[in-house]
Design a binder for this molecule. Structure first.
Ligand code: FAD
Length: 391
């Protein structure tokens, strides 16, 4: 794997041979299969369905998960490297992958019983089935547990779901969407595997996003949507399981910031080495070098932070506040980095064809999902002070 310009401290040398091979596989895929088509799909607000069989052939999900719902050794670092390499080129592709292999697969792995693991895991792992994760609601974003209004009513051998879900990635074409709903009888949040085409499950594609335009986010309306008891996640009996799933995926979101910043920096560096003004390469100007070094410092610090975070996760010692701090720091540093990269391009920085504009826009979504900056800050603040700012 040739050294990337954005790998100043040789992060790759800390990985296993297997992880380096995976990184090379993902990098090749992103550069040959995704880069040539991404701007067209990003402009059209569409996910390229042709990527799904190609991602299936890459077989990345099995690098993280086993069929029985357990994680592979070093899964968190491996997943982080996959996400980083994806985001260097295109964050939307990483989000498609993260929703499927992170949120949806983790819901089944942590909440499913043996029968459900047998039925769903191999198909999800082989991408024969695409997953989505429906938690957020129009009125319940940050206050996701307390604000969860979607209801589940037991009726004989089935459940009847009513409510709305907003922002649900992949849901416009997913084969199965995990819907989190509140049981009317015991008030607990439970998970339901809603299969595509189930009557009463309707998805409208959210239009007009300025970030992650290649990801299809859906607004789901559930009206008297009937799901069999067999498709209720049997081991997810309270919001605790939902929180476990989110904890498992938060490190991945921090890695998105790393990859996105790396991609933007590498583009800016190349531009600074070639673009000329006042008879010089713009990279010769001290102020531009300051931009480059500021970006490189940010992303190198982000890489080291995430590597340690994922190491802690793999060792089973990562707590919520560890992941939350990494999300806060990487999203903020990524935002600063992509802005400097965009600035380095001058006017060309707002043109899609120069690449950096997509990183600039996509960062805004990274900044706000999987816990906004404020919410993750409060999670860390509570842990370090012993005082909760939440009501
Ligand atoms: P709000 O909760 O309304 O927050 C608005 C502002 O108020 C924010 O700045 C927030 O930090 C601040 N705020 C709220 N409470 C406090 C407080 N106590 N103290 C200080 N400030 C506060 N969800 C899914 O379930 N599945 C998905 O696949 C999914 N994909 C997404 C993809 C994209 C592109 C986006 C943008 C979102 C996605 N989400 C998804 C939802 C995402 O997790 C929420 O948008 C996020 O949790 C924030 O919720 P909200 O947008 O309702 O903002």
């Amino acid at each position: 794997l040739p050294a990337a310009n954005g790998d100043f401290y040789d992060l790759m040398s800390t990985l296993s041979d297997r992880q380096r091979e995976i990184a090379a596989r993902v990098r090749h895929f992103m550069e040959t299969e995704v880069a040539p088509i991404m701007n067209g799909y990003w402009s059209r607000d569409e996910f390229p369905q042709s990527l799904i069989p190609k991602l299936r052939d890459l077989n990345l999900t099995r690098e993280i998960w086993n069929d029985d719902g357990t994680r592979t050794p070093d899964a968190s670092v491996t997943e982080g490297i996959i996400i980083m390499e994806m985001c260097r080129v295109d964050v939307s592709t990483a989000v498609f992958f993260g929703v499927h292999a992170g949120l949806a697969l983790a819901s089944v792995a942590l909440g499913g019983d043996e029968r459900q693991l047998k039925e769903f895991m191999p198909r999800l792992l082989d991408l024969d089935m695409v997953g989505a994760f429906g938690l957020t609601e129009p009125e319940g974003g940050s206050q996701v547990s307390r604000g969860l209004r979607t209801t589940a009513r037991r009726d004989g051998d089935s459940w009847v779901l009513n409510g709305e879900k907003k922002w649900i990635g992949n849901s416009t074409f997913s084969d199965v969407t995990v819907i989190w709903a509140r049981d009317e009888a015991d008030d607990q949040v439970k998970g339901f595997l809603v299969r595509r085409g189930t009557p009463g499950f309707e998805v409208e594609k959210i239009q007009g996003k300025i970030a992650l335009r290649m990801v299809e986010n859906g607004h789901i309306r559930l009206s008297e949507c009937r799901v069999s008891e067999q498709d209720r996640l049997q081991r997810a009996t309270s919001f605790r399981t939902t929180a476990d799933v989110l904890r498992l995926t938060r490190a991945g979101v921090a890695w998105q910031g790393v990859g996105c910043a790396m991609g933007a920096y590498e583009l800016a560096l190349k531009y600074a080495q070639t673009r000329e003004q006042f008879g010089k390469k713009i990279g010769e100007f001290q102020l531009i070098q300051n931009h480059l070094v500021h970006m490189l410092g940010n992303l190198t610090a982000m890489q080291m932070l995430c590597l340690r975070l994922s190491g802690m996760e793999d060792a089973g010692i990562m707590r919520d506040e560890h992941a939350a701090l990494a999300k806060v720091v990487t999203a903020a540093r990524c935002r600063e980095t992509v802005a400097l990269a965009r600035e380095t391009f001058g006017g060309n920085g707002i043109l899609l064809e120069y690449g950096v504009a997509k990183h600039f826009c996509d960062t805004e979504a990274i900044y706000s999902y999987e816990g906004t900056n404020e919410i993750n800050t409060l999670v860390v603040g509570r842990a370090v002070s012993g005082l909760s700012a939440f009501v």
